[in-house]
Design a protein around this ligand. Structure first.
Ligand code: C5P
Length: 403
């Protein structure tokens, strides 16, 4: 088992309160279920105006609790809280935050929180004015002082035309923060730099040469490392997934932008994990305006030049004690040959660890799951993992942590 994996199947209570972000609670429930946990939704009556009970029951695979006076014989108002390992309130409206801070118990959620000794994670979602109101701020501070973990809110587009702080944090951030309360904090004090996504090399102002990397594996490593206590910087190249709002993100587009960001950031990080798919070549000339087919005829010749190898360069100039981790995404179908490619690559690039993963039309890139082998600089296989990109991320971080 990975140190980053939660030790067992958790009983997770997801409290859903009555705000428009309630529809996103479905994604939170789903993420916990997919991670193997037993999820019980406790919804306020108003939450069920925004999101349907059947949706929450189908996704959580359990009945939704919303009525204090239903199933009284089971002493539900205390039983749910007593059995919970984790309580996540998302979205939490200004009203629900005030009620939780005040210890109100006029609904199932209020009772559940009062009857529980489990960690409580609250993800506020409301309009900026309501969030910034001194009443809300005082309630949030009171909850923080009592050890409640507040995630967000994020800054961004709100329900109306306005934007500002108040938007509920991303599902992945909320889930990672929640699991972080019951996850080993073995990376506290470590600074980890992760690259994710795929670089794009422009041909002209509207076109590029790119690759199919979605950035999911790199983002999962960043999220998992932060959940395990690390201070994380994510260098993000053209991500298809949202980057977590709780993590410091530097956005780049091309390989040279990535190279520059890595060169700077590597100076202040203990670990560099190069998960990004970096273009090996770029067009020799970038056209100032759109390349016109009329001017080209039937054949368009492109001349490409080699990009610098960032991984090789940072491995050569590594700081004392710095750990460098590279990736080898290869289409080779044969396991023995794949390993041989990995061994040749780690020797050539000089990283401390190399994550070998097979990619193809349906594997590795742009998928939810991944299968990897990890080799060290002697070419020995030091770890293997198959599963969600988050579980694979945790396995990689186990090997990092052990070093
Ligand atoms: O040689 P290959 O592209 O397979 O190497 C993959 C590893 O090297 C990845 O960790 C990738 O981030 C890194 N890389 C790099 N600079 C390049 C090409 C790849 O740092 N120009």
């Amino acid at each position: 088992m990975s140190a980053g994996d939660t030790p067992r199947r958790l009983n997770v209570v997801v409290g859903v309160t009555g705000g428009i972000a309630a529809y996103k609670a479905v994604g939170i429930v789903r993420a916990f279920v997919l991670a193997g946990h037993d999820v019980h939704v406790v919804a306020t009556e108003n939450a069920l105006r925004f999101v349907g009970r059947p949706t929450l029951e189908a996704i959580s695979r359990n009945l939704v609790q919303s009525d204090l006076y239903e199933g009284v014989a089971e002493v539900k108002h205390v039983a749910i809280g007593q059995a919970a390992d984790l309580i996540v309130v998302a979205p939490a409206t200004a009203n629900s935050i005030a009620k939780i801070a005040g210890g109100f118990a006029d609904d199932v959620l209020g009772n559940t929180i009062l009857a529980s000794s489990a960690p409580v994670i609250i993800a506020p979602a409301m309009h900026t004015e309501m969030w910034q109101n001194p009443a809300t701020q005082a309630n949030v501070q009171l909850l923080r002082d009592r050890g409640v973990v507040i995630v967000g809110p994020a800054v961004g587009q709100l329900t109306g035309a306005d934007s500002g702080p108040g938007r509920m944090s991303d599902v992945d951030d909320i889930v990672a923060a929640a699991l972080g309360t019951v996850t080993a904090q073995d990376l506290v004090g470590r600074r980890i730099l992760v690259t994710a996504g795929g670089t794009r090399e422009p041909l002209d102002p509207v076109r590029f040469i790119g690759n199919r990397s979605s950035g999911r594996q790199g983002v999962a490593i960043a999220i998992a490392a932060a959940a395990r206590g690390a201070e994380v910087t994510l260098i993000a190249a053209n991500l298809e997934v949202e980057s977590p709002s709780s993590i410091r993100v530097i956005s780049v587009g091309t390989t040279s932008e990535l190279a520059e960001a890595v060169a700077t950031e590597a100076q202040t990080h203990d670990v560099v994990i190069m998960a990004a798919a970096v273009a090996d070549y770029r067009p020799e000339h970038v056209a100032e305006s759109k390349i016109k087919k009329d001017a080209q005829g039937d054949v368009l010749d492109l001349r490409l030049v080699r990009n610098p190898d960032i991984l090789k360069s940072i491995a050569e100039h590594r700081l004392p004690g710095q750990l460098i981790v590279g990736f080898a995404a290869e289409t080779e179908p044969d396991d023995v040959k794949l390993l041989a490619i990995g061994r040749e690559k780690i020797t050539r690039k000089g990283s401390d660890l190399l994550i070998i993963n097979r990619v193809g039309w349906t594997e590795g890139f742009a998928t939810q799951n991944n299968t990897i082998s990890v080799i060290d600089s002697s070419g020995t296989i030091v770890g293997e993992a198959t599963g969600t990109k988050l579980s694979v991320a945790n396995r990689i971080l186990d090997l990092v942590s052990a070093r």
